[in-house]
Write a protein that binds this ligand. Sequence first.
Ligand code: PGA
Ligand code: ZN
Length: 473
Amino acid sequence: MSSSDDPRAIAASSCGPRDSRSGTGDPGDAASSSSDHGDRAAPSAGAVDCRIRAVRARRVWDSRGRPTVEAEIELAGGAVGRAIVPAGASKGSREAHELRDGGAPFGGLDVLQAVAHVETEIARAVVGLRADDQVALDQRLIELDGTPTKSRLGANATLAVSMAAAHAAAAARRVPLHEYLGGAAATLMPLPQIQIFGGGAHAGRRVDIQDFMVVCPAARTFAEALEWTAEVYRHAGLVMQARGASLGVADEGGWWPDFVSNEEALTTLVEAIERAGYAPGEQVAIALDIAASDFGREGRYTLGLDAKVLDSDGMIELLLGWIDAYPIVSIEDPLGEDDADAFVRFTRAAGDRLQIVGDDFLVSDAALVADAAALGAGNAVLLKPNQRGTLSETRAAWDAAQAHGYAGIVSARSGETEDTTIVHLAVGWGTGQLKVGSFARGERMAKWNEALRIEERLGPRATLARPLPRRPR
Ligand code: PGA
Ligand code: ZN
């Protein structure tokens, strides 16, 4: 029986502004900072009924022109929250299941079944629940689906609802989502990891390595980190143009990787950092996402561009050589998701001077993070809500990371939209790092620009996280 049948429920479900979570007290500021999500502040400043009154969904389109799910939740008090689910291309095999319709339309990628699940089964199950009890709501979604991977309803259906509920609850409290999630004390801005060259599955496998990124460990503010990155991105484009290798951009907005070897991307990136006027390693350092599961299985890694097949130790040696030669401070998925032993060996060899991130390897899963920590595999986890299908489960992975001394990086997917939820997660949860793709294309810039708004709103209370070492030469 839903709580809406209980006459006491209205008082009990009040979710009006709470002292500890109300921001500046200016209702206008919450309304403006959440307007990108279509949220509406509740009509009065008093207690607002936070029970879910209606759930809607629609098919919208992502940055690759593919269908994806948007959900909209309306609360009894009138607040509305909206969220769109992203989609990956280089996925871990243990990710939650994204429901696609199959058949001829749109290459089998339509999401009409997932949309229908939100509007019928999920809506019936969550109407009457409180939007501000995220754990209970997500638990309801998990039980309703009933499979270990959300393959029945679709993780794209459940995540859209999970995120939309958080937006609605934040709107009801008249605070932006980051503050709803983390309270007024959540003032840590994430250090951004920003792609300069795309590769791997996002660039037709033109190079094997997926992301050649920069971080700015010496920047004083998030805004400054973006300024430095903008210059590096621009100079990287000029270098490519001068070589006649400027061929547009890859899926996440990084320059198209027209290189003769994987390593040439690294030398070019250092050149771009220097031309932009920054000290490589000291001011602007390199982060890589090898995405090794895309070209390695059972300890055999095929680097197509370099015409090399390496075993796990060969792969480790290659990466250790790169770490010595280039100012690299973070490497994601250096080895395949099925190569945990090699992950451990690589962590023993380089974990003291390098952030080693599990993405396909850990798929934002709390239990896998705990297992990896017990083995000593990696020291950081990528956090992608659609790898799990609810916000609570993604949050649990971050809790597990903190419990085991792992760093956390909230991350976008290669198929994105204007949705900026992940930026609020990074600030609200205080993860200290954010990865969104490159410094081009609207779906990427929407997130960087949202982070600028948040930093400005936090004012002097904002501090930029410094999770990564500098590597002066
Ligand atoms: P994906 O890539 O969204 O295509 O999985 C992003 C990443 O590997 O970090
Ligand atoms: Zn990755």
